[in-house]
Design a protein around this ligand. Structure first.
Ligand SMILES: Nc1ncnc2c1ncn2[C@@H]1O[C@H](COP(=O)(O)OP(=O)(O)O)[C@@H](O)[C@H]1O
Ligand SMILES: [Mg+2]
Length: 394
């Protein structure tokens, strides 16, 4: 069968049952029993039941559901850490079950990388050593692998930390190393199983933002698992919601909030269309930090570090919005003795405080950065994130 080339992973009728009496359990499921009833009667856990979906290439695909709903089980089928009891998983049209050991090894090395919640770093090695590890195992010469590793280290904002030992890093920084290590292999797909769940909220938000930026830049396919709706809506181009081993709905965040498939999804996402009555003013936040156009990149970097931010808004002397500055751009400007004006990203999406949330939903869906709220003079009054737009609908 010829695969459409914009679908990278396809899950077809996948079920995964744990226990001895699988045949009877399957019969009960087919007859309409639920996971609990099946477990009570047969002792079999239905981790997945008849799961079907397609993952488009180059997008962030989020899988969300309560604990035990089957998220990890399904994602582990993508690199064959799990084998389905029945059904098939295709990568670029190739049935994973048909791969022999050699092919599977190559697939795991070069096509698909996993980032775990628990980081799984080698604490005795430094950042560079951890990030370059996968390439070292592949036998890549030292100079070449370290060059590659340095590139991805700078991409995740860890430039300057190459020789820090991983045991001494904070949770957020360790997770950055985990992502860099996965990226170093230059895989087609990144599998991320609740990667940010252990991080505190501020660091977590920063990491979400960072991941979005990296993904938009590299256009990798990301399969991201979470049990947090805000995170799902913030990151997901498409979101699959799971319950008791089944996929209930697969949609864009906007479509899912607008048309929840059932009460479970409605509970998860909220359903009332408050967007037509809620104003931007009521959901905007004060930016936690601002940088003036005339300031030096060094000062901007210091400001971002102090506030644990990876981006900051840039204003002129009248506090009118100029654009947004990323820490990577600031570091680059400093290194190249350039000014903030040279690297600031202009053309940030803007709105006004009196606009309705419904009016900015299409912008929120598209934009990478928060939307800037300006008054009639162009002064920056606040910011609105995609997450707060969607959260306002709950
Ligand atoms: N190796 C296993 N043996 C038996 N049951 C398992 C195993 N792995 C997962 N399960 C069960 O499968 C269901 C789905 O688990 P999991 O995929 O880990 O859920 P999630 O990641 O959504 O929290 C749960 O009921 C879990 O207890
Ligand atoms: Mg899990």
């Amino acid at each position: 069968m010829k695969e459409q080339n914009d679908i990278i992973l396809r899950v077809e009728h996948v079920s995964k049952l744990y226990g001895h009496n699988k045949a009877e359990a399957a019969k009960m499921m087919q007859a309409g029993s639920n996971k609990d009833e099946v477990y009570k009667k047969t002792g079999v856990t239905v981790a997945l039941w008849d799961v079907n979906f397609e993952i488009p290439r180059g997008k962030i695909f989020v899988i969300i559901g309560l604990s035990g709903s089957g998220k990890s089980t399904v994602v582990r089928c993508f690199n064959r850490l799990n084998r389905p009891t029945s059904g098939k998983v295709f990568f670029e049209g190739r049935d994973l079950a048909l791969m022999d050991q050699k092919e599977l090894l190559e697939f795991r090395r070069s096509k698909i990388s996993m980032v775990f919640q628990s980081f799984g770093l080698m604490s005795h090695r430094d950042v560079l050593g951890n990030v370059a590890y996968g390439l070292e195992v592949r036998g890549m010469p030292r100079a070449e692998r370290e060059e590659k590793a340095r590139k991805v280290i700078s991409m995740v904002g860890l430039e300057g930390w190459e020789h820090q030992s991983c045991g001494q890093l904070s949770g957020g920084m360790r997770q950055r190393v985990g992502i860099a290590r996965a990226l170093a292999n230059d895989p087609e797909v990144l599998l991320m199983d609740e990667p940010f769940s252990a991080l505190d909220p501020l660091v977590r938000r920063d990491m979400q933002f960072e991941l979005l930026q990296i993904q938009r830049k590299l256009k990798k396919t990301v399969v991201f698992i979470t049990h947090d709706m805000d995170e799902a809506f913030k990151l997901g181009d498409r979101v699959a919601i799971m319950r008791d081993g089944k996929v209930i709905q697969v949609d864009t965040p906007e479509a899912m909030s607008a048309n929840p498939a059932d009460d479970y999804v409605r509970d998860f996402t909220g359903s009332a269309d408050k967007s037509k009555v809620t104003t931007v003013r009521s959901i905007m936040m004060t930016p936690s930090s601002l940088v003036r156009l005339s300031e030096s990149p060094a000062l901007a970097i210091q400001e971002m570090r102090k506030n644990a931010l990876s981006t900051v808004y840039v204003v002129d002397d009248q506090l009118c919005l100029v654009g947004i500055l990323t820490i990577q751009d600031a570091i680059r400007a400093q290194r190249e003795s350039r000014s903030i004006a040279d690297v600031v990203r202009r053309g940030v999406a803007t709105t006004t405080a009196d606009a309705l949330v419904a009016d900015i939903m299409p912008i929120a869906a598209e934009t990478l950065y928060p939307i800037a709220v300006l008054d009639e003079d162009g002064q920056l009054k606040g910011i609105v994130t995609k997450a707060s737009v969607l959260a306002s609908l709950l």
